[in-house]
Design a protein around this ligand. Sequence first.
Ligand SMILES: NC(=O)c1ccc[n+]([C@@H]2O[C@H](COP(=O)([O-])OP(=O)(O)OC[C@H]3O[C@@H](n4cnc5c(N)ncnc54)[C@H](O)[C@@H]3O)[C@@H](O)[C@H]2O)c1
Length: 313
Amino acid sequence: MRCLVTGVAGFIGSHLAEALLAQGHSVIGVDCFTDYYAREYKERNIIKLREKKGFQLIEADLLNLNLAALLKQIDWVFHLAAQAGVRASWGTSFEIYTHNNILATQKLLEASKEADLKGFIYASSSSVYGDTKQFPTPERSYLQPLSPYGVTKLAGEHLCYLYYKNFGVPTVALRYFTVYGPRQRPDMAFHRFLKAALMGGEIEIYGDGQQSRDFTYISDIVTAHLLAMEQFYPGEVFNIGGGSQTVLKTALDLLPQITGKEVKITYKPVQKGDVRHTAADITKAQRMLGYQPRVKLPEGLEAEWQWIKEIYK
Ligand SMILES: NC(=O)c1ccc[n+]([C@@H]2O[C@H](COP(=O)([O-])OP(=O)(O)OC[C@H]3O[C@@H](n4cnc5c(N)ncnc54)[C@H](O)[C@@H]3O)[C@@H](O)[C@H]2O)c1
């Protein structure tokens, strides 16, 4: 199959592209190397990909591409390109979020109307739920994002559904819950914590440390996409979580065992847009896709630690 992966130089997109190639698919990757974080990380993410047969990189903003022409060569779209990050999405930055998360998605869907796609998989987020009170949270839970970022991810999801309903674009949305592992973005908590353990710095926690997340290891996220291709349900939305809810402080307590180092923690006020808890009800993905998260937190953190040591050596 001929696959398009948008956001291919990012954390998740680069892993997904490698997995698709390993399965014998060809991949065209699009990325414009936004400055949300340094380009050197993204270049490192795609070092192996660049050498692979069957891979082609197009460095461009989705909004400046002739997508109709591009999609003529494509069977499957994996739309991961986005401006990530909850805390940075306020104020004047919102324009960047609307550009990369809403407009780019709409343009890709518009071009998909005329294409002959087998599937269009959209990277959605647990942030669409906001501060829900229902745990674990099922897909049908009330959607009320707490951050501008969450609003743009939900808008993208709604756009996918309406292009499916009105024009038959075969879209599926996967709502990822806090993804971690090698290549994790440098603004994300475990990356910052493990880097601090290595370099001897301090870390800042926003809130009292009692907030919890459903951490999902990168290989489980990638597998969910491959399963969603095999068992394809156009118009559907699936939670993709790690299978358990972990209090942040508990995750931090694992770090000295993994890294052999103590890290000084400073507690800062809760940031606007941060939700208190996330926990995915993955029953639907288990039942319909056969999804089962495999990697537990200590094992996944160990793998991320090995990677952190490698990149900051
Ligand atoms: N990492 C997580 O925990 C998490 C959780 C939920 C959802 N998501 C979603 O998963 C996707 C990937 O996240 P990530 O953590 O890998 O982020 P990332 O920032 O590492 O990757 C996103 C990539 O998209 C590219 N991009 C952004 N706008 C673009 C545009 N207009 N044209 C072309 N390229 C563009 C960026 O340059 C970047 O390389 C995003 O859609 C994000 O919203 C991530």
